[in-house]
Design a protein around this ligand. Structure first.
Ligand SMILES: [Zn+2]
Ligand SMILES: [Zn+2]
Length: 258
């Protein structure tokens, strides 16, 4: 019997890291294929605790905020300069990033004159949210969600049928509920102690995250992207009341099987 799909939380912090933690990063594995969803600051060191970075097949980014891509920088340095990579055919993982990523990366690493650092280390492709991607037995689909920059929820479906929906960073979204309908595991942000006071919405409270899980009919709900400075028990209780069932607060190292 082959192994189930494994989802490992590498980092669950919001845009600043928990003590000893990492920002957004989730490792999805099936049949030896490894896909990293997001690569926020702190994620590269956490990734190395679980797998050899050269064995990552693809990195897929939900959006171009620092806490979702900044550790592409150390990852790229490792791919280019690590002793193990000085071989005729070094590892060059696929990097699927939203439109505009190449330009964003060039500006970030161009600050110290290394414009092509990331595109030289990875096989960079900008995806359109309507595209369907494949990585070994895994199929990935996207759903644009409301945030302060273009952002996409990501669905990962196993050839065996297990399904993960990662909500990215998102304000309240009917489309996200529909996209996640009947999913096996909804990994959804719950960043805010209370809704943004004014202006456009770009994040959710734990209660809103629970409500999205209930509306989607998600089989299992995990809330993430919340700081260790928020009371996790409070967040869990808020989410559970709205969801109508048990909810887990993401913690680094947690593994979910689909
Ligand atoms: Zn974020
Ligand atoms: Zn964001």
């Amino acid at each position: 019997m082959p192994d189930a799909v494994r989802v490992t939380v590498l980092g669950k912090s919001p845009s600043w890291q928990d003590a000893g933690g990492a920002c957004s990063g989730y490792l999805v594995e099936e049949d030896g294929v490894r896909v990293l969803l997001d690569c926020g600051n702190g994620v590269f060191a956490k990734l190395r605790r679980h797998v050899a970075y050269a064995d990552v097949d693809a990195v897929v980014l939900s959006h171009l905020h620092a806490d979702h891509f900044l550790d592409l920088v150390p990852f790229a340095y490792a791919l280019r300069y690590a002793p193990s990579q000085q071989v005729p055919e070094p590892a060059r993982p696929a990097l699927h990033a939203p439109p505009g990523a190449r330009d964003t990366f060039r500006r970030v690493v161009g600050a110290w004159g290394s414009e092509d650092l990331i595109e030289g280390a990875f096989d960079l492709r900008e995806y359109e949210p309507a595209e369907v991607l494949h990585a070994g037995p895994l199929t990935l689909r996207f759903q644009p969600v409301p945030h302060f920059v273009p952002a996409n929820a990501i669905e990962v479906t196993s050839a065996r049928g297990g399904r993960l929906t990662f909500g990215a960073d998102s304000g309240p979204s009917d489309e996200l509920c529909a996209f996640a309908r009947d999913t096996d595991l909804l990994l959804i942000e719950a960043t805010l102690p209370e809704p943004e006071a004014g202006g456009p919405r770009g994040h959710l409270t734990p209660a809103e995250a629970g409500e999205h899980g209930r509306r989607a009919g998600a089989r299992r709900l995990v809330i993430t992207h919340l700081t260790d400075e928020l009371d996790a028990a409070w967040a869990e209780g808020e989410a559970e009341r709205a969801f109508g069932g048990p909810v887990e607060v993401a913690r680094e190292g947690a593994v979910y099987e689909l």
